[in-house]
Design a protein around this ligand. Structure first.
Ligand SMILES: NC(=O)c1ccc[n+]([C@@H]2O[C@H](COP(=O)([O-])OP(=O)(O)OC[C@H]3O[C@@H](n4cnc5c(N)ncnc54)[C@H](OP(=O)(O)O)[C@@H]3O)[C@@H](O)[C@H]2O)c1
Length: 340
């Protein structure tokens, strides 16, 4: 394929809440290094991690100016060499941005070939844009809960895209899930995908309901994306020896810890981050996982897409997503998505 002289990208100039923090620019291509691939971006997703990154609050802070966005789909149009990169050439991929340098809110992105997953031609590139971060995290955490011997799970922010995936994966493994949400429309969204146990954390008897149900189902692991007081409330209500895996901080609040909970109830609190989990896995595990992702992509790992915005309107896309995250993912699409 003949590349254009330049390509469009959204460039972040400052980490802040400021609406003008990012602008659309023209960028020049740089030569590829061995092991890298050039991807023509089809669809880029917006996740809570992107919102935190733009504000400078995420676990990764890149040197500015930089193109933001961590997750996308596209076609590999060039390889810098290396067996896997060369294999990916011409293939549809789900991909993530490199730990350093430009991300996915652009017409093109360079990343490590091992940050790409070939998705075949059966899955749409729009679903492919959401097939990496949330699905792998959901699969990895449910597996971890099984390793801890949990018969059932509790999860907070359960109506999120990832929460719905946990419902699907756990059901396949025969694990029950107690889904904690905070709004009636989230209860309805979960009922619609067949979730059986749904509790609203705003209800006056929430803690009692959770105590009874988690003891009955032997739900001894919680997957928590909210943090703050909710984490403590949930862990306190769960059975003796339960464990909470905190993987998100949507409340942006600290978790108040009660020493007695740790000492007398043997409760445990730990974190999960995909960025540290993936490099710890063997190539065989990643290969097995990519098969699992493809097999579950159309049902258990399907993501609801709420809206699509052209790259020129990336700032509006980010605002639209942040205003209502339960509705579904918002995609940023360069002209490639319109067949141009
Ligand atoms: N650690 C990792 O490696 C990793 C990887 C992937 C994802 N994550 C985390 O997974 C979580 C879900 O991501 P996603 O992409 O699935 O999200 P999403 O689809 O955008 O949905 C976010 C959900 O969280 C709810 N929410 C927001 N603030 C909340 C709060 N303070 N209390 C309770 N609920 C709240 C939203 O509902 P409202 O309408 O009520 O706001 C919405 O239903 C995020 O925290 C993300 O950072 C972590």
């Amino acid at each position: 394929m003949n590349l254009p002289q330049t390509y469009k990208a959204l460039e972040l100039r400052e980490y802040s809440e400021n609406r003008n923090r990012a602008v659309l620019v023209e960028k020049k291509f740089r030569p590829l290094k061995k092991g890298e691939v050039l991807i023509r971006i089809h669809s880029a997703s917006i996740n809570p991690s992107d919102l935190m990154f733009l504000r400078g609050l995420y676990g990764i802070k890149k040197k500015l100016p930089v193109v933001p966005g961590f997750e996308a789909s596209g076609v590999v149009v060039a390889s810098g060499g290396g067996l896997y990169g060369n294999y990916l050439k011409g293939k549809n991929v789900a991909c993530t941005a490199p730990g350093r340098g430009d991300g996915v809110y652009a017409e093109y992105m360079i990343t490590d070939a091992f940050s790409c997953l070939s998705i075949g031609s059966q899955l749409s590139l729009e679903q492919g844009a959401c097939l990496y971060v949330n699905p792998i995290t959901a699969i990895a955490m449910v597996e971890q809960a099984q390793k801890y011997g949990a018969k059932a799970l509790v999860q907070t922010a359960a109506a999120s895209a990832l929460g719905k995936m946990v419902v699907g994966i756990a059901a396949k493994k025969g694990m029950k899930v107690i889904n904690v949400v905070r709004k009636p429309e989230q209860e309805a969204a979960l009922k619609a995908i067949g979730a059986e146990h749904i509790l609203n954390s705003e209800a006056s008897n929430f803690e009692r309901q959770l105590r009874v149900l988690s003891n009955e189902l032997k739900a001894t692991v919680c997957l928590d994306a909210v943090a703050g007081e909710l984490t403590t409330k949930v862990l306190l209500a769960m059975p003796y020896g339960s464990r909470c895996i905190v993987y998100g901080a949507l409340s942006e609040k600290e978790i108040p810890l009660h020493a007695g909970m740790l000492i007398f109830q043997d409760k445990k609190l730990e974190g999960f981050w995909l960025s540290t989990w993936v490099p710890q896995q063997s190539p065989y595990k990643i290969w097995k996982l990519s098969g699992e992702l493809r097999a579950l992509a159309k049902k258990e790992l399907k993501t609801d897409i709420a809206a699509k915005f052209p790259l020129e309107k990336a700032v509006e896309a980010i605002e639209d997503y942040a205003a209502n995250m339960t509705r579904g993912k918002v995609l940023i699409q360069p002209p490639f998505a319109e067949g141009k």
